[in-house]
Every structure is written in C-alpha cells, then in structure tokens.
Design a protein around this ligand. Sequence first.
Ligand code: FES
Length: 121
Amino acid sequence: MTTTDQWVEAARLADVRRRKRLAVTVAGRDIALFLVGETVYALDDVCVHKQRRLTRGTLLYGRVICPGHQWKIDPATGEIEDREECQPTYPVRVEAGVVYVDPGARVPAAPAAAAVPDEEL
Ligand code: FES
C-alpha cells in the first residue's frame, strides 16, 4: 500500500455516526465516509461505473450499495462483487473524535479503514 502520511481532517466522528455516511471534500477529492460497525471507511464518492454518488446509496450487510446499478462494494478494499472494477479507497484514522483521511494514498484495492478507538465509543 502506498502511504504518503498526509493526514487531512475530513469530518467529526459524530457527523459520520449520525447517518452512517458522509460526503466530504478532502484536497479537492470527493470522498465518501462510511461507518460500518465501529469502523470508518473512506472511498471515492463517485462510482467507477457511471459516476453516481455512493453516499446516496445504502449500506447492506457491510457492503456499500451504489444507487446507480446496485453494485455491491466492499468498503474495506473497494472490491466490487462479481466485477473487475475496483472503487478507490483511502487510509483513515480516527483520533479525539476527528476522522482523518490521507487523500494522497488513493489505492485501488487495499485495506483502508480505521477502527474507532475504545475511548471514542
Ligand atoms: S453507477 Fe454505480 S453501479 Fe452503476
């Protein structure tokens, strides 16, 4: 995995918790934050298929369902069920109630998530 270690404050954890997803812009990139269980994931918000917004989709059994054509995306890896394509993901860090994303470490298929520390629960 490529790591640039350029963490950028993306959102307050409370705002991600409220709707389990949040569209943010980090360093000019449209990024979707999803909270699955107690883990925050970051993916490109724009679907690799036909550019629909993942944050307008749903979460089902830990998968992000694109509102365009219901592709099922693993938020941890960006892998798409039964497809060759992969949704880009980003490293995430959660600290003191703040979600940080490294927008320079866009990866097509690698883990990108951060468990919420116990003290944030
Ligand atoms: S636009 Fe996302 S599945 Fe088609």
